[in-house]
Design a protein around this ligand. Sequence first.
Ligand code: PRP
Length: 179
Amino acid sequence: MSAEKIVFTSRQIETRVGELGRRISADYAGRELLVVGVLTGAFIFTADLVRVLDLDLSVDFIRVSSYGHATSSSGEISLVKDLDSEIGNREVLLVEDIVDSGRTLACLRRHLLERRPASLKVCALLDKRERREVEVEIDYLGFRVARGFLVGYGLDYAGRYRQRPEILELVRTTEDTSG
Ligand code: PRP
């Protein structure tokens, strides 16, 4: 893979994150929020989002491993790093960088709802809805995106590109035969 096409500039992302921040701040006004970022992809989005939220909040992270979610038939995930916080009776906002098949989000919601939070909502920067296999609700969405291999702003390809400030599509070149 070598050609890179910009899908969203850092400016466009910043504007959208600001809009999401205002909506979330209004919806949770006067309430205390626990923001839960899903590692690793959501680390940058979570960091930017919490800085535009005008709320009393805490931040925690959770890490899951999917069993090759794009091709897996089991569709299960395992918790690799659980939350440090108790979430019972708290208002929880789960933050994802991208929702693809929907399996990660569906499993995470099930796991977290068992702990009886006061509320559980989802904020995702990107929604690749065409690839959905499991229905999931996204309460706050940044952008809907089409097919394509996206990287940057937290998203990776083999661990690379996460630090790029924009969201890029990697386009395969004809000489690339590496699958
Ligand atoms: C990505 C993304 C979501 C998940 C979405 O994580 O951050 O958690 O995939 O896919 P799904 O809707 O098909 O379940 P990934 O497994 O690539 O790990 P990473 O966050 O560490 O990059």
